[in-house]
Design a protein around this ligand. Structure first.
Ligand SMILES: [Zn+2]
Length: 488
């Protein structure tokens, strides 16, 4: 079974912008399958310069990967994660090649075309050679493992990026999964091992394109591709893993991606709530309507100072998420996702961006633009006919893909002067507050669920997350005590 999968990959998608990650179907595989995505991390970027191609601008590279560039890699991941993920990137000494490191017979111009079968083995040989050369030149990989599943060094490198100047798009590559050759430590399989540190996967970008690296590194963190590899439409807008064209206006991750990375401030809606949603770039707020595998996420997106700069206006981005679409956590399943990508069906992808204007331009191979975010006067309501959105029924609604009327609602949108957005959200009155992404830590549980009790003081709303409940209880007791004291 595994062999078949590998063969399929060889035939279909080698060196396409492929991924191997699961968007957190599994959360416990940091190390062998994912780089740590919370806390401090020490990353390495290795410039690979081949003579005869435009030289790498090392000063520009240093700047982009330093915390000083307000629009750079580090600031991007810090902003996207609300500071929960702190990468620091070391630009390793350049590895130089006098000639193309790929076999001349197969790659006469050193260019690697998408889907080139020959590139598979040759590319792995090159990755191995670059690490070997860096190691032999005295670069010590040991300091680049400070983080892991438990937040401490785990024997796996925190992240390696290879940036080349040859014509080559980009890829994140699970080297350890495919390696059947030298691991630089006496074995003939699995991850590379240098200075006692395992390297299981690489993010690679060509043509000196640092912006591509921001996307490829997203794969290393565990994210799958959200653009449409099949070409039916563009795929998911408003996402670093989606349709972004690698221009300097880096989009934030979409709400589902931040939610799964535990980089969101997650508010679970229960009952009817009038809420103020603050800009995603500063607060990370995500409102979730519905539970289980299928639900809607709402966040406030607009042109920010550093990121999301290409957005035409501010409004609520509404995503319909269905986790049952082609996601799987088994090792090697990323191969199936490459052949049949999660966002390739415009009418029922894993993550669909709803458009307030109801014109379905994105699904019809058009582009995201003005009127697509939910602004003043827009709404999302159930469709009582109990049909799902589809090509034959291009009508906005909060119905599920089964056609079932979810009862979820978004209405009375008001844009406030400070960039916040007021909206009324509706979800079922009960049973919305019990889900968690993980047992403990930031982003594991909703920061609110349902409207906090305002008037009764001492009573605790059902299902409020425990700490918040305790806080209210404490305040209630205090208030009661004050009332007692004040009694004449
Ligand atoms: Zn990708």
């Amino acid at each position: 079974m595994l062999r078949i999968s590998v063969t399929l990959l060889l035939c279909a998608a080698t060196f396409a912008r492929a991924d191997y990650m699961d968007h957190f179907v599994l959360r416990e595989d940091v190390g062998p399958h994912k780089a740590p995505y919370l806390g401090d991390a020490q990353l390495v970027v290795i410039p690979i310069e081949v003579a005869g191609f435009p030289p790498i601008d090392l000063a520009a590279l240093q700047h982009f990967f330093s915390p000083d560039d307000p629009n750079g890699f580090v600031k991007y991941y810090e902003a996207a994660s609300l500071g929960r993920y702190h990468p620091r990137v070391t630009v390793a000494p350049k590895v130089s090649y006098a000639t193309c490191p790929l076999p001349a017979a197969q790659f006469p111009t050193c260019a690697v075309a998408r889907g080139d079968i020959n590139a598979f083995t040759a590319g792995m040989d090159m990755m191995r050679d670059v690490i070997k050369k860096s190691d032999q030149a005295g670069f010590d990989f040991a300091p680049y493992d400070v983080n892991g599943r438990k937040g401490t060094a785990d024997g796996w490198i925190d992240g390696v990026m290879l940036l080349t100047n040859v014509p080559f798009g980009g890829i994140a590559f699970p080297f350890g999964f495919f390696n059947r050759g030298d691991n630089l430590n006496g074995s003939n399989s699995g991850p590379l091992v240098v200075d006692g540190i395992k390297i299981g996967h690489f993010a690679i970008a060509g043509e000196n394109d640092q912006f591509v690296m921001v996307h490829e590194f997203g794969h290393v963190l565990g994210l799958t591709d959200l653009y449409d590899e099949s070409g039916k439409y563009d795929g998911l807008y408003l996402s670093v893993m989606g349709t972004w064209g690698y221009d300097p206006n880096i989009p934030l991750p979409d709400a589902e991606t931040r939610f799964r990375l535990r980089w969101a401030n997650w508010h679970q809606v229960q009952g009817r709530q009038r809420v103020v949603i603050h800009p995603a770039e500063t607060t990370g707020e995500v409102y979730r309507l519905g539970t289980g595998d299928e639900y809607f996420l709402v966040e406030n997106r607009g042109p920010g100072d550093a990121f999301d700069r290409s957005l035409p206006e501010r409004g609520l981005a509404v995503f319909h998420v269905d986790r049952t679409v082609k996601l799987g956590g088994q090792e090697g399943q990323f191969v199936e996702r490459i052949l049949d990508c999660v966002n390739c069906d415009p009418w029922h992808p894993y993550i669909r961006l709803l458009q307030a204007d109801g014109l379905f331009e994105i699904e019809h191979s058009g582009r995201f633009g003005r009127g697509d975010l939910f602004g003043a006067g827009s709404f999302l309501r159930p469709d009582p006919r109990a049909v799902a959105v589809s090509e034959l029924n291009a009508v906005n609604s909060s119905n599920l893909y089964s056609g079932a009327v979810s009862g979820l609602k978004l209405d009375d949108v008001r844009l406030l002067a400070d960039g916040s957005i007021e909206v009324t959200l509706d979800a079922p009155e009960t049973g919305q507050c019990d889900e968690k992404l993980c047992a403990e830590g930031e982003g594991c549980a909703p920061v609110t669920c349902g409207e906090p009790e305002k008037k009764t003081g001492c009573s605790v709303g059902e299902g409020l997350w425990p700490a918040f409940g305790l806080l209210l209880l404490e305040q209630g007791l205090r208030r009661r005590k004050q009332r007692v004291l004040r009694r004449p």
